[in-house]
Design a protein around this ligand. Structure first.
Ligand code: HEM
Length: 244
C-alpha cells in the first residue's frame, strides 16, 4: 500500500521530536528498569554495559532532563502553531472520536458494513498521544522529586518522596509495556503496515494509504469532497502541512 504518489505527512521538526523521544525513552528504560529489578541477571549485565551503577544512574538522569526539555519544547511549539493558526488543534479529542470508536468496534464485531472515515489522527492515535503526554508529565515530575529529594522535602510533606518513587517505578514499567506492546503493534505490526511503517522516519506516506487511513485529511489537502477522491492522483510531494 506504500507505492505510488507520496504525500508529506510529518515535518522535519515532528520527526526530530519523535526520534529524540524514542532514543531517550529507550535509554531511560535500559537504565531505569535494571534499578527496579536489581537482582536479575539481565539487570547486572545492563548495568555493567553502562560502566557501573553510578554511570547508569547519571545516564538515566541526563536522559530524564532531555525528556523533560523535549516535553516542554513540544508543548511550546504546539501552542505557538495553534495560536498562530498555522494548524488546528488536531490532537484534541472530539465527539466524532467516540462515535468512530463505537462504529469501528461494531464493524469488527460484524454488526455493520460501515467503517469510520478518519481525519489527520484517528481515535487510537489520539488516545496513545494523550497517554504519552500524561505519562511523560508523571515521569518527569516524580523523576525530579527523586533527583532532588531534599529540596522537595522542604516544599512538600516528606511522604511525597517514597510515594513518588513507587509512582515513578510502576509507571515506568507500565510505560515500557505500553510502548513495546501497544505502540509497536499499532504502528508497525498491524496487518495494514506490517512489517514496518517508515513514515515517522521518512516523513512520507503514500496517497493510497492516506485514502485508506485518513481520507478526510486527504480531501482537505486536495480540496475536493471525500467521495471524489478515489481515482485522483496527488502530486508526488504534497506541500509541507504541519497540522499538529
Ligand atoms: C518514561 C521514562 C522513564 C522511565 C521508564 C523511568 C524508569 C525508572 C525506573 C524503573 C526507576 C527505578 C525505580 C526503582 O528503583 O524502583 C527509575 C529511577 C529514577 N528515575 Fe526514572 N524513568 C523515566 C524518566 C525519568 C525522568 C524524566 C527523570 C527526571 C530526571 C527520572 C529520574 C529518576 C531518578 C532520579 C531515579 C532514582 C534513581 C537515581 O537516583 O538515579 N526518570 N526510573
Amino acid at each position: 500500500m506504500n507505492h505510488g504518489p507520496q504525500i508529506l505527512r510529518f515535518t522535519f521538526r515532528q520527526r526530530a521530536e519523535h526520534f529524540i523521544t524514542m532514543a531517550v525513552f529507550v535509554l531511560l528504560c535500559m537504565t531505569g528498569l535494571p534499578q527496579k529489578f536489581f537482582e536479575a541477571g539481565w539487570a547486572h549485565a545492563l548495568v555493567e554495559g553502562f560502566g557501573g551503577i553510578d554511570r547508569t544512574r547519571w545516564v538515566h538522569r541526563f536522559c530524564g532532563v532531555v525528556l523533560a526539555l523535549a516535553t516542554v519544547i513540544h508543548f511550546a511549539g504546539a501552542a505557538v502553531t495553534i495560536w498562530s493558526r498555522k494548524a488546528g488543534f488536531t490532537m484534541a479529542p472530539v465527539r466524532k472520536d467516540f462515535e468512530d470508536a463505537v462504529l469501528q468496534l461494531k464493524f469488527y464485531l460484524g454488526m455493520t458494513n460501515r467503517q469510520p472515515r478518519y481525519d489527520r489522527y484517528d481515535y487510537k492515535q489520539k488516545f496513545e498521544y494523550w497517554g504519552l503526554v500524561f505519562g511523560n508529565v508523571i515521569m518527569v515530575v516524580t523523576g525530579f522529586v527523586l533527583f532532588f529529594p531534599v529540596a522537595f522535602a522542604q516544599l512538600v510533606p516528606g511522604q511525597i518522596i517514597p510515594a513518588a518513587k513507587v509512582a515513578h517505578s510502576n509507571e515506568g514499567l507500565m510505560a515500557f509495556f505500553v510502548i513495546t506492546i501497544w505502540h509497536i503493534f499499532n504502528a508497525h505490526l498491524n496487518p495494514d503496515v506490517f512489517p514496518f511503517d517508515a513514515s515517522m522516519f521518512t516523513g512520507k506516506i503514500s496517497r493510497e494509504r492516506m485514502l485508506h487511513e485518513h481520507p478526510l485529511e486527504l480531501a482537505r489537502i486536495e480540496g475536493r469532497p471525500v467521495e471524489e477522491l478515489a481515482g485522483h492522483a496527488a502530486p508526488d510531494h504534497g506541500p509541507e502541512h504541519p497540522h499538529g
